[in-house]
Design a protein around this ligand. Sequence first.
Ligand code: SF4
Length: 197
Amino acid sequence: MKGTEEKKADGEMRASEREAAMRDRIEARLAELPVMQYAFIEIRDLEFEDRVRYICETECSQYGRSWACPPAVGTVEECKKRCFQYREGFVFTTLSEVPDIQDIEQTLATRGSHEEITRKICGFFKDEGEDVMALSTESCAICKTCTYPNGPCRHPEKMFPCVESYGILVTALAEKYGIEFMNGGNVVTWFSLILLR
Ligand code: SF4
């Protein structure tokens, strides 16, 4: 008869086999999408810094204007605690080429398709029974005018807070997992993080 330790090891083995099979199925479905790079990440590899939040506060016009941005998303410490409630993460990038990357309007016009891909990949994980939380690009642009701070978010299930709004050092995370953050010339690199549990 197997002892408690052996049963525990068997259980862990089965869980890791299930996880590997799930990853294989997700990878097969990713082939349908124009995803440039992706990686499954350890939650402990997320680095949170107040200085990222400082940049939102001092350099972004969306600060204090959306449920997807600070201060609505909570303090960096609260965001960190929220992320650490998840088992692992999945990061990916998509690329868009624009005539002039310095032109913010042109750049932002390409963002919608990345958000749609983020929504599809969340769906892939949900089909696997995962509870997901996605952090994506820039501020939310679903509604013409955000209800913040006068009323609740109209589409909390569709809205993705910005990765940087959580105080996450995106470039450090990308570097750790070999994901290119700059793809040169007039190529815009869009980045999302999906947390899983
Ligand atoms: S879905 Fe609408 S209300 Fe909610 S954060 Fe986005 S713009 Fe604001």
